[in-house]
Ligand binder design. Structure first.
Ligand code: HEM
Length: 406
């Protein structure tokens, strides 16, 4: 039986057969086009719900909703949907830990989330400003005189890793090692390589967790290993799950947004000029580009029967929640492809509901500082003529390079 025929059996008429379609943003696929200008508008020309065989590597088939309101509803609905098992990492190495809190459900989620919230207060994020600015300036100074740079490698990948090492109190000379592990965890389809990277990160962070238990500092690892969850110390597995979530959650996401935002400005010279002339508009521009270039997609598993967008979803079925699709729904955002200052509309770039991004304040600051420093140091820039940019689709949509010239 073909995948489509099998799917037709499973969905028993809940959507017409022509709505059984491949998921166009599927993990492992790539495109030479800008998916925000090509694939996503095309998705919105189609039906508001698809059933996609093999949509999400390990999860198999999934429902894909394309209306912002349906995607938002699934994000919000922890009564009928679970976040458990959304990553392969723990099971790959025979572990019993989850990536926490992103893979935990209520009521456990709240206790884990409460451990992390104090790490991202306005004051704690503001304290990092000078250091973050210093890192960005340092990276830009290495290429500003050259008249060109490959932004993903020279800036976008390096900066969030530097921030992570700073937050975790780890030595800066481990940038390359943590970047290599990150690549093996997030951009590699070979499960053996991925498993090796999980074991290596677990081993490396385990050493530091042990050291901070004895000698605490003012860093995230010390905070986590000494934190209490509902009055009880965290288990080793839970403490590692929290550290691992911060490592994975804060790197690729920021990297990819730096890439999309600089690519947008390279193509949108009026906005680039406006922000140079008036840098106080940068936070608003960053927010609007976080909307227009939302890159993250997650999935949920249905735990009790529920209807979404008029479709009854059965227990055990998966639903993809794509912020890229939701934030570009023309029913929710007028002419969504246009980056337009002044929209001031809530969006799904950081998710919504109990799992909404705990690091959002830090992420926004990283992006604002990057644009401020980039525009201050680099004259009018554009994409290098003839550049071919490959985008990897999936959980975090990312360009493999961004060659800019000025
Ligand atoms: C532009 C950058 C970022 C984007 C677009 C982003 C996006 C997201 C999204 C969409 C979620 C919701 C996941 C879900 O509902 O399943 C999320 C959760 C999360 N993010 Fe971020 N994120 C970013 C940066 C960061 C940073 C810098 C950190 C930490 C250093 C971080 C840590 C987390 C954690 C721990 C969660 C799980 C929260 C929970 O389950 O309660 N993220 N992020």
């Amino acid at each position: 039986m073909t995948a489509t025929a099998q799917a037709a059996d499973l969905i028993d008429g809940r959507v017409p057969l022509e709505n059984i379609r491949p998921y166009a943003l599927q993990m492992g696929q790539t495109t030479w086009d800008d998916p925000f200008k090509t694939i996503i508008p095309k998705i919105h020309q189609g039906p508001s719900v698809l059933y996609s065989p093999g949509a999400w590597f390990e999860a198999g088939d999934a429902w894909v909703f394309t209306k912002e309101e349906d995607i938002r509803a699934v994000f919000m609905d922890t009564e009928h949907f679970s976040s458990k098992g959304i990553s392969p990492y723990s099971s790959l190495v025979g572990g019993n830990w989850g990536v926490t809190p992103v893979e935990s459900d209520p009521p456990a989620h709240r206790g884990f989330r409460n451990v992390l919230t104090p790490l991202f207060t306005p004051q704690r994020v503001a304290e990092l400003d000078t250091k973050m600015r210093g890192y960005v300036r340092g990276f830009i100074a290495e290429f500003s005189h050259k008249g060109e740079a490959e932004i993903m490698a020279d800036l976008a990948a390096r900066f969030p890793i530097a921030v992570f090492l700073e937050l975790f109190g780890l030595p800066m000379d481990e940038v390359d090692q943590f970047m290599a592990w990150e690549f093996d965890l997030l951009h590699n389809a070979n499960m053996t390589t991925m498993g090796d990277a999980v074991r290596a990160v677990k081993q490396r962070l385990g050493v530091e967790m042990e050291a901070r238990r004895r000698n605490p500092g003012n860093d995230f690892i010390s905070h986590i290993v000494h934190a209490k969850n509902n009055g009880q110390p965290l288990s080793d597995d839970d403490a590692f799950g929290l550290c691992f979530n911060l490592y994975l959650g804060g790197l690729d996401t920021v990297t990819t947004n730096i890439g999309w935002q600089l690519r947008h400005l390279a193509n949108d010279l009026p906005l680039q000029r406006q922000l140079r002339a008036n840098p106080s508009l940068i936070p608003e521009a960053v927010e609007e580009m976080l909307r227009a270039y939302a890159t993250v997609a997650m999935f949920r598993t249905c735990t009790s029967p529920v209807e979404v967008g008029g479709i009854p979803i059965k227990v055990g079925e998966k639903v993809i929640v794509s912020t890229s699709i939701g934030n570009n729904d023309p029913a929710a955002f007028d002419n969504p492809m246009e980056v337009r200052l002044g929209r001031q509309q809530r969006h799904l770039g950081f998710g919504t509901g109990i799992h909404s991004c705990v690091g959002a304040r830090l992420a926004r600051r990283e992006l604002v500082i990057t644009l401020e420093e980039f525009l201050a140091a680099i004259p009018e820039f554009r994409i290098a003529p003839g550049a071919k940019i490959l985008t990897h689709l999936g959980g975090v949509m990312q360009q493999d390079c961004l060659p800019l010239q000025w």
